[in-house]
Design a protein around this ligand. Sequence first.
Ligand SMILES: Nc1ncnc2c1ncn2[C@@H]1O[C@H](COP(=O)(O)OP(=O)(O)OP(=O)(O)O)[C@@H](O)[C@H]1O
Ligand SMILES: [Mg+2]
Length: 278
Amino acid sequence: MTNESLLVAENVIVDYPIKGIGNKPFRALREVSIDVRPGETVGLVGESGSGKTTLGRAVLGLAPVTGGSIRFEGKEISKASPRERRALSKDIQVVFQDPYTSLNPSLTIEQTLTEPMRVAKISAKEASRRVTELLDQVGMPSNTLGRLPREFSGGQRQRIAIARALALNPKLIVCDEPVSALDLSTQARVLDLFREVQEETGVAYLFVSHDLTVVRHLSHRVAVMYQGEIVEYGDGDKVTSDPSHDYTKRLLLASPVADPGRQKVRREDRRALIDASK
Ligand SMILES: Nc1ncnc2c1ncn2[C@@H]1O[C@H](COP(=O)(O)OP(=O)(O)OP(=O)(O)O)[C@@H](O)[C@H]1O
Ligand SMILES: [Mg+2]
């Protein structure tokens, strides 16, 4: 944790209320600490239910933070008022997993991209210039502006969602499984786009994925979550190739490999690890 961090989460606790009298809340995050530096990608991996989305949502002000602190550029944001949140949305944006539900189906691409700028009171002329620039940045042809989301593939929709997130030049984008719904070759191209965008704009990503191989090439640092806690956090190459925690080792061995020979070896390795941890 350094002074130059963009985002610093410290000992963050999230308790979800459980319906029904006398039910204890469910603790989804147990004192999680993480930081993201300007222009950096921090990958967040872990199995389903480990709390990745919850951490992303806590940063976005969408999950109930019961304890700890979340600071953005040194300022506490975990208790931000709705008005402060709206102001923050210029700096902190989000790209969700499902490109089929994250875009409003009745808005054209131009309207989708213009909306955040309209809210931020950017002039129509400037917004129109920026929309063209954004489409170009995400590799979409400019003649697509008048079309509706349903006319695009999943990969193209994710490009549009990325363009929308970039509209106000954010400093941080929370990406929650942004390529998980895409087929493998589309995944690779959209991941390349994330990287290009970062090189061009210096935006930082908190990049959530259940798949270690997806975050491996993109992340400068990787945090591994397990049952609401971060069990390993460090240099991306180190964590994804030579992890120190047994859980990360299992996760690594569980991520898909195309080569059946290597798969067999890994299956045996995994079994040995599981046996050893019994
Ligand atoms: N609104 C909610 N109310 C109660 N419990 C919740 C709520 N949202 C999430 N949870 C629980 O919190 C835990 C963490 O959920 P979360 O969605 O953060 O996991 P995740 O790591 O993103 O999983 P996945 O890989 O499946 O997306 C899970 O046990 C989940 O059931
Ligand atoms: Mg999730």
